[in-house]
Design a protein around this ligand. Structure first.
Ligand code: UD1
Length: 328
């Protein structure tokens, strides 16, 4: 099976591409390297440095003939999306529409889309299942929901079969230590903690300890990136075999608090990891936890690498390896 992984040089995309290649799929990566890194392009992949806003360029690549496209090229900072919505409208909405139109023109039939728990907004109940009301609190979540709606129409009108994978909080690195390109200027909790542990950032700011949670800090459902990669593979196989579109949550079904993660990181890294408590970040809910029952029923998938120790230990290994390489 021949697959084009768009955004395959990025954090999640690089793990998906690696996992697919490990299972014998023929992998090509299309990425503009704006946030992804060349280190994540393995020698056996075909690589196209193109921008998803360039319709002619991506159509040219797609005409090489693919069984499926996995699209993970998007801007993902929820806070930034509220102050710079133009960037998110262009990259996440226009960029994806370009990809969909090119895929249809080139005759690609299967499409795996990186959606997000952010489409649900403030939780009305927990755990969040796929039937939960969809009221995004930030523009980033809105862009993902818009694309899911467009996908429903393209399924009906163009026969494009899609899997919309609604990630909760992606974290961790390849347990085998092969994916080495780290995220640049991270804003998410685990990579920020890693940067503080490495001495690259002075301290962690804990965004609020006055939430109605056991220790007062925010609780999220952290899902290991290898579990996400496994789910992409299962989703693609399901699409190819059943030819029927679907949308599923991908979470560990476990809630972890900011302070629990900080403590585990201090233990595992052996570093002090200075932290200060600051005010809540606007738009942050107290607690988000997924129900992944639908992914289990449909794909036979459940999280296997998403315990706190594996998430922190694999992240730390990636950061330490990277810094050792840079010193060489
Ligand atoms: C958000 C989005 C999610 C998106 C993800 C990727 C929502 C509801 N969720 O997740 O869909 O895929 O971003 O960017 O929009 N925290 C700190 N200090 C920090 C950073 C984070 O205390 O320096 C806390 C946050 O307050 C939160 C937790 O850590 O409680 C996780 O935050 P973060 O990693 O930014 O992800 P989300 O905001 O949950």
């Amino acid at each position: 099976m021949r697959v084009l992984v768009i955004g395959g040089a990025g954090y999640i995309g690089s793990h998906v591409a690696r996992f697919f290649a490990d299972r014998g799929l023929e992998v090509d990566v299309l990425d503009n390297l704006s946030t992804g890194t060349k280190e994540n392009i393995f020698p056996e992949y075909g690589f196209y440095k193109e921008d998803i806003l360039d319709y002619a360029a991506i159509l040219g690549v797609m005409k090489r003939g693919y069984d499926a496209i996995v699209h993970l090229a998007a801007a993902k900072a929820a806070g930034e999306s509220m102050v710079n919505p133009e960037k998110y409208a262009l990259q996440n909405v226009s960029g994806t529409i370009n990809i969909l139109n090119a895929a249809c023109e080139a005759g690609v039939q299967n499409f795996v889309f990186s959606s997000s728990a952010a489409i649900y907004g403030e939780p009305k109940y927990l755990p969040i299942d796929e039937a939960h009301p969809k009221n995004p609190e930030n523009f980033y979540g809105f862009t993902k929901l818009e694309i899911e709606r467009i996908l429903e129409w393209y399924d009906r009108l163009k026969g494009l079969r899609y899997a919309a994978l609604r990630y909760f909080n992606a974290a961790g690195y390849d347990p085998e230590g092969r994916v080495r390109g780290l995220e640049k200027r991270p804003a998410n909790l685990v990579p920020v903690i890693m940067e503080v542990a490495m001495g690259l950032m002075p301290q962690l700011e804990v965004f609020g300890t006055d939430f109605p949670t056991p220790d007062g800090s925010g609780v999220r459902d952290y899902i290991h990136v290898t579990d996400l990669a496994r789910a992409h593979y299962a989703a693609l196989m399901h699409l190819a075999n059943e030819s029927k579109s679907f949308a599923v949550n991908l979470g560990s079904e476990q809630g972890l608090s900011v302070l629990e993660i900080l403590e585990a990181a201090r233990k595992i890294t052996g570093r002090a990891i200075p932290a200060t408590i600051s005010g809540r970040r606007p738009g942050d809910p107290a607690k988000l936890v997924a129900s992944s029952a639908a992914a289990k029923a449909l794909l036979g998938w459940k999280a296997e690498y998403s315990d706190l120790t594996t998430i922190i230990a694999t992240s730390w290994r990636a950061y330490e390896t990277h810094s050792a390489q840079e010193k060489k």
